[in-house]
Design a protein around this ligand. Sequence first.
Ligand code: C5P
Ligand code: MG
Length: 297
Amino acid sequence: KQRPVIRITCKMIPALGNTSVRMRDPQRVEETLRCMQKAGLNTLQVISDFDMTLTRFARNGKRCPTSHNILEISKMISSECKEKLKDLLDKYYPIEIDSSKTIEEKLPLMVEWWTRAHALIMQQKIRKDQLTLAVQESDAMLREGYQEFFDCLNQHSVPLLIFSAGLGDVLEEVVRQAGVFHPNVKVISNFMDFDETGVMTSFKGELIHIYNKREGALLNTGHFEELRSRPNVLLLGDSLGDLTMADGVQEVEKVLKIGFLNDKVDERLPSYLNSYDIVLLKDETMEVPNAILDFLV
Ligand code: C5P
Ligand code: MG
C-alpha cells in the first residue's frame, strides 16, 4: 500500500527516491513539506548539528575528523596528551554508537568522555591564533553540496543555527575557511575562553554534550525569541541526541527531521526510522537537504 505514496513524494522531490533514503511514513513527510512550502521560506528556520552532519563521516573509506579530532591531531597537543585523548575516543565512541544501550545508560558515560577530554584540552595552553593552521592542516570536509546549502539559506535569509557538542572555535574556523560563514549563521557550541595573551584557560558557559542539547536550547531562549515568526523547522542531525535541538523553538508548527546514519547502519536503522522523518544511509552529500530547500523555495 505504501508504494504509491512513496512515488508521489519522489515526484515532488526526486532525490527522495535515492537509494540512501529511508522513510517511516512518506505520506507524513509529504504533508509536512507541502505545509512548509505553503507557509513560505520566511516562516522557516534550519537547525543543524555539525560533526558528521554538516561534515563528512568518511572519504574513500577513511574517517573524517570531528571538531574535537581536528584539535586532537594538531601540533598544538603534546604527544602524551594525544595518546590519552585517543584512548578516550577508543573507549567511548563505541558506547556512543552502541544500539544495545539506552540513552539513560549512555548519558553518564558520555558526560565522563566530554569532561575528561575537555580537562585534557584545557591543560594544553592552546593559542587562539593556532586554530586557523590546525584546521588548514586537517582533513575536515563539509559534505558534498555544502556550498549550495549554505548559499541558498543565506540568499533567502533563512536563519541557520549550527548546534554542536563539538568545539565551537574549531567548527567556526572550518565554516569560515570553506567561505560559507554567512551572516545568517549562528553557532551554539563549546567555546574556549582565552586570557589576554591569547592562551586558552577554560571553556565558556555550560558544557554541551551529545545528550543535553535540549537544555542547551532552553538556555538560548533569546535566539529562539528573535525567530518567533519562524515556526517551521528543518532539523539535521546524525545522533539521536540531536533530535532535541529544536526544543527551544517558540510556538513550533512543523518540524522535519533529517538524520544521517553513518555508522553501524543495520543495527541502528530501526531507532533512526522511529525518530527521524527521513534517514540517509551512508550518504556523504547534502543532495537530499538541498533538494528539499529547492522544493521549498
Ligand atoms: O557536532 P556534534 O554535536 O555532532 O559533536 C559531537 C560529536 O563529537 C560526537 O558524535 C562525538 O563522536 C564527537 N566527539 C569527539 N571527541 C570527543 C567528544 C566527542 O570526537 N572528545
Ligand atoms: Mg554529530
